[in-house]
Design a protein. Structure first.
Length: 156
């Protein structure tokens, strides 16, 4: 498995969670419930973003140039997503609006990664490097796995 496939599997989960959050907003769920769901999604999005910024984006820049504009745009969007999450975490009055913003920005961002950035990455970065990177992605989650389960893709 390549790191891009590993990250895209996470994108799929995030999109399902965002659909659920949107339904809660449409059904007029309480602010407290909306906040809890946003922050729960955000905890996983934080780990995902950290991995992209530590491993995948630098590799894209190594092969396609240090100031490769799509990577800069993705990093700027990460900062926008963080601002929404901070607003929700701080209990701002416009939590519902921030939650809708969070849904909108994250959906757009994920669509760009799936359709534009990741295909570029798979063209530019050798498959073996993306496979090695997927092992680091699995190791990131090792603390949540049973000790003897191993990481499948990392056994060689
Ligand atoms: Fe992503």
């Amino acid at each position: 498995m390549k790191a891009t496939e590993c990250l895209n599997a996470e994108h799929g989960v995030f999109l399902t969670q965002l659909d659920y959050l949107e339904k809660m907003l449409n059904d007029k769920a309480s602010i407290e419930a909306v906040r809890a769901v946003v922050l729960s999604i955000a905890a996983a999005v934080d780990k995902h973003r950290d991995f992209e910024e530590a491993f995948l984006y630098p590799a894209i820049q190594r092969y396609l140039g240090g100031n490769f504009p799509p990577v800069q745009i993705m990093e700027d969007e990460h900062r926008g997503i963080e601002l929404c999450i901070k607003g929700v975490a701080n209990g701002q009055n416009d939590t519902r609006e921030l939650a809708r913003n969070f849904i909108h920005i994250l959906r757009q961002h994920i669509a760009k990664e799936i359709n534009v950035l990741f295909p570029m990455a798979e063209q530019a970065i050798p498959a073996a490097e993306l496979e090695q990177m997927a092992c680091q992605c699995a190791e990131r989650d090792a603390a949540h796995l049973p000790a003897q389960s191993g990481h499948g893709c990392c056994s060689n």
